[in-house]
Ligand binder design. Sequence first.
Ligand code: MRU
Length: 366
Amino acid sequence: VSAASPPIGAFREEAGALCVLDQRALPDEERWLSFAPGPPALDGVCLCIETLAVRGAPAIGGIAAKGLAWLARGTTTTTAAAFVAEQRAASARLLATRPTAVNLQAALDAVGAALAAAPSQEVDGLVAVVADAAAAVCAEDAAACAVIGGHGAVLLNDGDVVMTICHTGAIATCGQGTALGVVHSARAQQKRVSVFALETRPLLQGARLTAWECLKSGIPVTLLTDSMAAFALARHRVALAVVGADRIAKNGDTANKIGTYQLALACHHHQVPFYVAAPRTTFDAGCETGAQIPIEERHPDEVRRPRGQRGFAPADVPVWNPAFDVTPASLITGFITDVGILSASALSAALQRQDGAGRGLEQRRG
Ligand code: MRU
């Protein structure tokens, strides 16, 4: 496994506070928000997810798990029953913050399952169970990112150019990233891979975060507006496109940042391979096709007044602002996962084998 050390994490724990890198302030400022144990941590994490201070499917899962752990750390409950009720209510609140990334559900389920299986009936013991479960969620995501990077790097050669959208690097996950993690791994193998980053309207995760992380990591990057993707594929030699995902249905249909579908169509036309990189926690065996994936719609002002700026559009023009789109499986060359690179049909078969007990992809053995 060739993982690069992430240049910075989405969140960190200090002695008395859960600290979150405020991604809204990037690239201008590396600003950290700090939350004390108990209700302030839960309130803070919910608000951070809703406002995209923390974003990116695996990072949302990781910080939600930490939110439960830091709520537990400051709990004033005195009985196991009250502690469990507090955790359940918090979990429901966290789940309601954003609807599309299934990693959030997976992380909350993992902590909930650990709590349900805990033998200890003392509150102190349960606090430790939640802390350990949250740490495991983050550690498993970091490990998955490293494995994804190793699998994906095999697809890249020295000198290749990769096109991507949104931001899928270190601060979108608990490790080195998914799609951008593939580039980090290839670079760690001394392959001189460079990136065409699409700016990713309306919130500019590509322009603000991918460009920032690439520059910080020494990865050559060229920024393009979203509308330049097709022409860039026509005029430049792009080895492949690789994107992240927020939820992948059983048939391989993939929800990811708005603009991904358009990029997949352009890649199809230009015969450029189009890969989705994601950990098992992004696969939803309970979702048959992309039509069942809930798509978040955000406030019209994100489109009318990008980053609060006036003059982009009439203040009252009607807007449709879906935060994600669904790319049909037929446009996806392969899925770079922590269990290997799978075609859509192999993915469907793997998800079919699951007994319905949970989300995610089973570990391939042997
Ligand atoms: O709205 P965002 O910024 O949370 O959307 C993020 C994406 O769409 C990413 O591509 C996806 O979550 C994968 S991050 C490794």
